[in-house]
Every structure is written in C-alpha cells, then in structure tokens.
Write a protein that binds this ligand. Structure first.
Ligand SMILES: C[S@@+](CC[C@H](N)C(=O)[O-])C[C@H]1O[C@@H](n2cnc3c(N)ncnc32)[C@H](O)[C@@H]1O
Length: 298
C-alpha cells in the first residue's frame, strides 16, 4: 500500500504528464497508425508499420507500445515479436472509415486548441482568448480569428460535426420536438442577418462562445423572430449548479476562455439569460453525455 503522500505524488505526476497522453493520441492519428492497422489483413509488427508509414522504426515502436498502455492498441507476442492491432476504442473512434470517427476533432485540438492552451495562465490574467500569440491574428473579432483561412474553416466545421455522430441522438431525444413543425438550426452571422421565421430555433454550441451581453442580444433576436407557441432549444454542456463539475465541462469552459469570449454555464445561468429575453417554461435536461439540452418557450 502506498502512503497518502505517495498517492498524491502519483496524481500530480499524472496531471503533469497529461499533455503527453494527448500528444500520443494526436501523433498516432496524424501518422495514420489506426487506419493502417484497420486496413491490414493481419496484425503488424513495428518494423512493418514503420515501413508503411515512412517513420523511424525506433520512434514507431515507442509510440505503438505507449498506445498499448493507453488501450488505443492491443499487442500479442508471436515468436518473440510484438504484433499490433486496433482496440474497440480505436476501431470505433479513430479509424477514418468508421461512422463515429473523431479524428477531425482530434486534429483541430492538436493544431489549434493546444496552441491556445499553451497560454492559459495569460488568459486567466487578462480574460482574453489567445489567438494573437498562437496564430498572430487579432482576438477581438472572433470570426476572423476562428475562421482565419478557408482550410481552417473547413477543419473546424468537420471537427464540430464529429461529435454529433455520438451526441446528436441524445440531445435531440431529450425533448419531444414533434410540437415544432419548422425548425431552424441557427448558424452563420446571426447577430446581423435576419433570422428566418420558425417554430423552434436550435442554438447548439453557440451561446458558450459569447459574453452574457452578446447572448442576451442574440436571444432577444430569436425571441422576436419566433412564432407564437414556438421556442428555443439550447444545446450546451451544462455545469453543475455550484460550477465545480463535471470536470469535462469545466475544462470546456476554460477552453472557451482561451478560444472565445464565452464560458460554459450552469442551468441557473441559462435561465438568467433566457427569462429576460422573454422565454418561459425553461426546462433543463441532462443527457448523461457531454452535451445537454435546455428547452424554453416563447
Ligand atoms: C461553435 S460553432 C457551432 C456550430 C453548430 N451549431 C454545432 O454545434 O456544431 C459556432 C457557430 O457560430 C457562428 N458564428 C456567428 N457569428 C460568429 C462569430 N462572430 N464568431 C464565431 N462564430 C460565429 C458560426 O458560423 C458557427 O455556426
């Protein structure tokens, strides 16, 4: 049995090295390890993987064995040689041909989000996103920062779509939406462009990008456009009432700090935005997944 002090040190070490775990995952995806193993007719050794990926055999062996520790790969030893294949986790989420592939989001996290997180302390100091340091683009016009090139825009869109193959069904099943014949999924430049008339407006991962003031402006616009008897469905990751969990949502909230001008919110904080905009009967449903649903009526 280890002492409480030793257990605390182990936890500290795990936290300190957490970024290395992410990088193993990102690198294995970027190099195409999981696609190669999915396409191979049988498990492959490190030398064969290295030859097909054009990587060093030394680095490849280290990466593959670390993936085994992380349950991203499994290995069996035949005649003293390790042979690698995908696990259920990697087959489901990390192979490009899978309908639940999450690789676009992982690439976005690796190439964009990770760079902003390198400046988290400064974001906490000044409360601003970190696009200037990470990419040399101004932080005050989010649209320009987030969608700074056509390639980046497409990458972000593909990344955003990945999650709906997992969470879409849960958030849409949270409420009976059959009451709303005409549904508008709000996107584009919704602060300026006229909103089409609809029975239900979906704001999915939109309010978390913005300050309370901007959210209030947007919700007031949605309320004005909404048909009588209609409503708004807000899809976000909900914080616990005291803001101290769930951990993934807290990390998302810090991510909003480094990448946007918003935050994740508690049910009470969404109520405080929706009610003054004129919405009533605000109901929050936790789905048990990453994203939750809030329905409010006009
Ligand atoms: C995080 S995306 C969410 C997209 C989609 N609803 C989803 O959940 O996958 C944010 C949306 O806000 C829109 N948007 C409007 N004005 C924006 C601005 N100034 N900066 C960033 N995004 C903006 C984008 O076009 C995009 O559709």
């Amino acid at each position: 049995m280890s002492s409480p002090e030793e257990q605390a040190f182990r936890l500290l070490t795990e936290y300190a090295n957490g970024f290395m775990v992410s990088q193993v995952l990102f690198a294995a995806c970027e190099l195409g390890v999981f696609d190669l193993l999915a396409e191979a007719p049988e498990p492959l050794g490190a030398v064969a993987v290295a030859a097909r990926l054009g990587t060093s055999s030394h680095g490849t062996e280290l990466l593959l064995d670390t993936c085994v520790s992380l349950k991203l790969l499994q290995a069996e030893t035949r005649r003293g040689k390790a042979l690698y294949q995908n696990t259920e986790l990697s087959s489901t989420y990390l192979v490009r041909a899978s309908p639940k592939y999450q690789g676009n989001m992982l690439q976005y996290l690796a190439k964009t989000t990770y760079l902003c997180w390198g400046h988290l302390a400064q974001a906490v100091r000044d409360g601003k996103n970190r696009y200037p340091e990470a990419f040399g683009v101004p932080s005050d016009e989010l649209f320009t920062a987030i969608y700074r090139s056509e390639g980046e825009r497409l990458q972000f869109m593909r990344a955003l779509e990945d999650v709906w193959s997992i969470s879409g069904r849960h958030v849409l099943a949270a409420f009976d939406l059959s009451l709303f014949p005409l549904i508008c999924d709000v996107g584009g430049d919704f602060f300026k462009d006229p909103l089409p008339e609809a029975d239900l407006y979906i704001l999915a991962r939109v309010l978390h990008d913005w300050t309370d003031t901007r959210c209030s402006q947007l919700l007031a616009r949605v309320h004005r456009a909404c048909k009588p008897g209609g409503g708004v469905l807000v899809i976000e990751s909900l914080l616990d009432a005291d803001g101290r969990g769930p951990r993934t949502t807290q990390l998302f909230s810090l991510n909003m700090l480094v990448q946007t001008e918003g935050r994740e919110r508690t049910p009470a904080q969404y109520l405080a935005l929706l009610a003054p905009a004129g919405f009533q009967d605000v109901q929050c449903r936790r789905t048990g997944g990453i994203y939750d649903a809030i329905l409010a009526r006009r």
